[in-house]
Design a protein around this ligand. Sequence first.
Ligand code: DX5
Ligand code: ZN
Length: 218
Amino acid sequence: MTHPTIIVPSVLAADWGRLHEQIRAVESAGADWLHLDVMDGHLVENISFGPAFCDCVAKVATVPLDVHLMISRPDTFWPRFAKVAKNITIHVEAACDVAATLRAIRAAGIGCGITLKPGTPFAAIEPFLAEVDLVLVMTVEPGFGGQPFIPEMMEKVRAARATRESRGLGYRIEVDGGINAATGKVSIEAGADTLVAGTSVFAAADMASAIRAVRGEK
Ligand code: DX5
Ligand code: ZN
């Protein structure tokens, strides 16, 4: 099963002082979904924002919200995002029962995703693949926007695509970190269909052409 390519700008890279305006602008520039990076200072070495901020985004956004929980205890916190999220993605490195958390998210009618840090092997997420809607391959060390793409992660994207085909599964394959026109192309060729892009979209003078470029259009 394949999916159309979609572009998911990360609100982490927006100017939060002009949040509403930035959301409207990126949506009219062609964003398919919006990505929300929640960090707790434990799973990753940074703190970003939590449920209240996501509620503010949800008040303005008209596209689906893709919530990436970079937190140690997604099992206790995911319900706080349930009202606004289309998808909730959790880390395999989290300190909780990952399978049970994925199942609980899905049972609430929300798409569930599994992700892994660059240093974690693909084998770590294999036990969960039959029960997820999305596999997120981190292409930078999570915690900060604006870092360079790690090309070696394409091996995991290819493994995710091969497993999806061989096992007849249906998850989306998402990449996150350092995605621009060039690395987007590499990711799409490896099998990614869902491209998160922060800096390359929000720092662009023309967000619409930046989004088209990531999508592989002129
Ligand atoms: C990194 C986050 C990313 C980040 C991507 O921890 O998961 O979503 O916002 O930002 P760029 O596109 O700037 O690398
Ligand atoms: Zn992210």
